[in-house]
Structure formats: structure tokens, C-alpha cells
Ligand binder design. Structure first.
Ligand SMILES: NC(=O)c1ccc[n+]([C@@H]2O[C@H](COP(=O)([O-])OP(=O)(O)OC[C@H]3O[C@@H](n4cnc5c(N)ncnc54)[C@H](OP(=O)(O)O)[C@@H]3O)[C@@H](O)[C@H]2O)c1
Length: 335
């Protein structure tokens, strides 16, 4: 029986200290059967949802990891052996069996990625679930309109850096982001074209938002929740909209605002829409066509922070939760 090295959940972590809760181990790979292929993984995606799935409480949109079992998640790799006409040897495929070096994938759960449209890493970033989340949160959920003022939290991260750039490319009048530290803020302003970036670690976000958007925010794309979310509530336009994508601050901070803050939503008649990206699959072709066009024209910056080797997978996830990544966080597993 073939085996592979995988990242296993040793025990359930507390807060953002996740690396010590993971261990490397060897798992058996299933035999190839018709409709499956053996894939050598090249990159795997590091996502905040991976941290959520380590908790005991079941999430509504996915399953949780078992103690002693392997993690999984988005990955891209090359088909080395195949019993599927849909997954020929040599093809680059994206699938959900990451957090291991080799995987046996079913052709019903893998997609061939055209490397002429985007490099492999981008198929997990701007052209992957990350970019698609930003796209869905702005268009069908956020109903972005040309000329609007948009505010994006977690703007230096994977989804946030795409959301701010997509908003600009979709014709937003003013794009404001928030991120931790001067380096991320400078990158967003100088390379990604954000009009204004607030360093939430060093500035009063509520006041800085008031200065940057004196007429208020039309569309707020929230990745972090917590106090930054409340600071945005106080700066929403009347009848503004909030696209609620995630709350990554929940994992690290005990200091969370009270529900009483929601009165700001009432006073401003704001619409809050939570969403899960998988509900928008019908938009995938249009999304890939637009984003590959923006990549080809050089209008979109797609940057990844790459951690080398499966042994650094835990450090990569911990780094993401502590803000060490610029853009998309990836683990490189092989060439
Ligand atoms: N709804 C959906 O379908 C869907 C799909 C994918 C992802 N998501 C959500 O989208 C959000 C962003 O995901 P991502 O993949 O782009 O992750 P990411 O932004 O690449 O990484 C998380 C970022 O959040 C920031 N952060 C961490 N702790 C924070 C805190 N306490 N306060 C403020 N900022 C903090 C960090 O940047 P700083 O240096 O700025 O702190 C870090 O880089 C997450 O909430 C995720 O769960 C939702």
C-alpha cells in the first residue's frame, strides 16, 4: 500500500497557538480505482477556516477535523498516475486533499487548471476560492455600484487584498482598507491601489475612518469582526450595506464588543448580509474570465507569502492568524 506524509491534528488548540497542536505522520493512500488519480501536491492553501475546523464545535458549512486524523483543504498538484480520462497524467489539478504530500483524488472533486491563464499558485489565490470569495462578497452579496466608498478589513490578507482591488476594478469611487503594520499598509497603497489604508494596530480606526470617508461608507466588506467591525458600524452611510465574510479576530481576542453595538445598524438602516462562497458556483466562469483578464493586463496584484515544506504547515497557519502573511498564505510542497 502507498503512503504519504500528512499533517495530523494532535490535540485541539487554544487561541492562535496552533502549530504545537499539529504533528506530521504517515497515512495510507487508497488504491487507484476507475475515476481517480494520484496527485503530487505542489502548493496547499492556508485558510482561517482551517483553524475553525480544529475546534470541537461543528461548523455549519463544513466538517471538523478528528483528533489523530489528517487535515484537509485546497491544494494544487500534478497528476502522476491516473485511472480517469478526465484527469490525464501531467495535468495540473486543484482539489480539496491538501495538508499531505500526495493525494488520491476523484475526478468529480478535482478541476483542471489552465496554467496559460494563471500560474499554479494563483489558482489557489486570485483565481481560487480566495478571489472567488472577494468576488461573491462584492457583487451578488454586496451589490457594489460604481463610485461607491468601500471599506475592507483584513485588507493585507488573501481575501481582503483581492476585495479591495476588485472593488477598484469594478469602479468603486474610494477604496479604504485596514491592516496591521506599516509594511502591509504601504503595500496596499503603493502596489494594490487602495486610496487609503488604516493601520489598525497604531491608529484609532473609528476616527481614521471618519476622516477617510467623511460622507460615510456605502459598502463594508468585513473579514475580521470585533472592534473594527463596530468602528465601521459608526461610519456607515444611511442605507449602507455590509458584506459579512468572516471574523478572524474571534480566534485570538477575548475583548469582543457587545451585541448592544448593533443599535448603530438600526440607526443607520444598514443591511448586513452574511455569505458562504460555495452558494455562488454559477458565477465561477464569469469570475475566472474577469480575473484572468485582470491578471493578464497587469491590473491585479496577486501576491503570496510562501512557507516551504510540509514541516512548516503549522507555522504557516499560525503566521496567518498572527498577521505574518502579505496576501495569500501558501505552503510549497514540491516543485
Ligand atoms: N464567507 C466565506 O465564504 C469565506 C471564504 C473564505 C474566507 N472567509 C473568511 O475571510 C476572512 C479572510 O480570510 P483570508 O483567507 O483572507 O485570511 P487572511 O486575511 O489571509 O489572514 C487573516 C488576516 O487577518 C488579520 N487578522 C488576524 N487577526 C486579526 C485580528 N485580531 N484583528 C484584525 N485583523 C486580524 C491578519 O492581518 P493583519 O496583519 O492585518 O492583522 C491576517 O493576515 C476570514 O475571516 C475567513 O474566515 C470567508
Amino acid at each position: 500500500m502507498r503512503q504519504t506524509t500528512a499533517v495530523l491534528l494532535d490535540h485541539r488548540p487554544q487561541g492562535t497557538a496552533v502549530a504545537e497542536a499539529l504533528t506530521l505522520g504517515t497515512i495510507d493512500l487508497p488504491e487507484l480505482t476507475p475515476g481517480t488519480a494520484l496527485v503530487r501536491n505542489q502548493y496547499m492553501s492556508v485558510d482561517p477556516s482551517t483553524r475553525g475546523r480544529m475546534d470541537p464545535g461543528e461548523k455549519q458549512y463544513t466538517t471538523n477535523f478528528e483528533i489523530g486524523g489528517p487535515l484537509d483543504g485546497s491544494a494544487i498538484g500534478v497528476v502522476e498516475e491516473s485511472l480517469s480520462d478526465l484527469l490525464p497524467v501531467g495535468a495540473t489539478v486543484r482539489h480539496r486533499m491538501g495538508w499531505r504530500e500526495y493525494a488520491v483524488v476523484s475526478d468529480s472533486a478535482a478541476t483542471i487548471c489552465d496554467l496559460d491563464k494563471a500560474p499554479a499558485a494563483s489558482w489557489l489565490a486570485s483565481m481560487g476560492q480566495t478571489g472567488f470569495t472577494a468576488y461573491a462578497g462584492l457583487l451578488p452579496v454586496g451589490r457594489i455600484q460604481p463610485g461607491e466608498t468601500v471599506f475592507v478589513t483584513g485588507a493585507g490578507g488573501a481575501v481582503g487584498s483581492m476585495a479591495g482591488q476588485f472593488a477598484r476594478l469594478m469602479g468603486a469611487g474610494r477604496v479604504i482598507g485596514s491592516a496591521g503594520g506599516p509594511e502591509k499598509c504601504a503595500w496596499l497603497r503603493e502596489e494594490c491601489g487602495f486610496d487609503h489604508v488604516i493601520d489598525y494596530r497604531n491608529e484609532n480606526v473609528r476616527q481614521a475612518l471618519g476622516d477617510a470617508a467623511p460622507d460615510g461608507i456605502d459598502l463594508f466588506f468585513d473579514n475580521v469582526g470585533g472592534w473594527q467591525m463596530v468602528d465601521a458600524f459608526h461610519n456607515m452611510k444611511i442605507h449602507g450595506r455590509i458584506s459579512m465574510c468572516g471574523a478572524v479576530s474571534n480566534f485570538g481576542s477575548q475583548d469582543q464588543p457587545s451585541l448592544a453595538e448593533l443599535i448603530e445598524i438600526v440607526l443607520r438602516r444598514v443591511t448586513i448580509s452574511g455569505f458562504i462562497v460555495r452558494d455562488f458556483e454559477d458565477l465561477r466562469p464569469e469570475f475566472e474570465a474577469r480575473v484572468s483578464g485582470w491578471l493578464a493586463s497587469g491590473e491585479l496584484v496577486d501576491r503570496a507569502t510562501i512557507f516551504e515544506g510540509i514541516e512548516n504547515a503549522g507555522a504557516g497557519l499560525e503566521g496567518l492568524l498572527n498577521g505574518a502573511n502579505l496576501g495569500k498564505a501558501l505552503i510549497r510542497l514540491s516543485e
